[in-house]
Design a protein. Structure first.
Lengths: 102, 160
């Protein structure tokens, strides 16, 4: 389905995740973050860039892996993206929702 | 059950067993809840307390006797070394699917905001001391305390 985010027409799935990363830009990310009541700080962006990079390298994302990233620990990750951090952060980053239980 | 379309807000998990498959079930469910933005708490009671006993938590075993899903005859399951063998095989498979070992899993739960409670009755019965317990355990509480913490909308309770 299509949705207007930050003035652009973006294709998203039924849960609101972008289906085409090439449509993503930082403005789109900020808008999705706002919907989740998160205002993005430079620290958020560091984590979001890390997630995008992992996705590009086809690494399966999980909370455990975030904890071992060396960038952010699990506690801070939950503090940055409260309520379902991995789901929220990947949505803001414009990448697919991880299918991970851990 | 009908408030907020039945949305789950908090999972209260009671872990009463120390066999590794049951401990993992509790941990995966507790962690999975936090990943979805659902609060979760674990009440460790009876043998489940071993999962937060510092000297025992790293030596939990798979049950090879009385566990039909093992697909080995019960008499073989009771042979010396069988539990250790089955456990090490299972741990290898778990590492492959990125499943952390128990000590690391406890740290993940603690960092994710899972509250952990030790059952006072079991704690007294096994003569444990406070310093025996994993640091992430919030407190030693009674059943009544646990029920009190379970009050509210959208709270579900699960016995393992």
């Amino acid at each position: 389905m299509e949705k207007t985010i930050a003035g652009k027409t973006i294709t998203v799935n039924e849960e609101g995740y972008l289906t085409d990363f090439s449509q993503w830009d930082e403005k789109v990310g900020e808008e999705i973050a706002k919907e989740a009541s998160i205002s993005l700080t430079p620290r958020h962006w560091e984590v979001l860039k890390y997630l995008q990079n992992e996705q590009k390298n086809q690494v399966a994302l999980s909370i455990r892996r975030i904890g071992k990233s060396g960038l952010v620990d699990i506690k801070e990750f939950y503090a940055l993206f409260p309520n379902a951090p991995l789901k929220t952060a990947t949505k803001i980053a414009g990448i697919p929702k991880p299918a991970s239980c851990i | 059950m009908n408030e907020n379309k039945g949305a789950i807000k908090k999972m209260m998990i009671i872990l009463s067993k120390a066999t590794i498959e049951n401990v993992y079930a509790a941990f995966v469910l507790a962690n999975g809840a936090r990943m979805e933005g659902i609060e979760s708490e674990i009440f460790f009671t009876f043998f489940g307390l071993e999962a937060v006993h510092k000297k025992k938590l790293d030596n939990l075993h798979v049950a090879t006797v009385g566990n039909p899903a093992m697909h080995i005859p019960t008499m073989l399951g009771g042979l010396p070394g069988m539990e250790a063998l089955a456990t090490s095989m299972m741990k290898k498979e778990m590492e492959k699917i990125d499943m952390p070992e128990i000590p690391e899993f406890l740290d993940i739960l603690s960092a994710s905001g899972v509250k952990m409670w030790a059952c006072k009755l079991a704690f007294d019965m096994f003569h444990y001391k406070k310093e025996d317990l994993y640091e992430g355990v919030n407190d030693i509480i009674t059943v009544g305390d646990f029920y009190k913490k379970s009050e509210g909308e959208g709270v579900h309770m699960l016995f393992i």
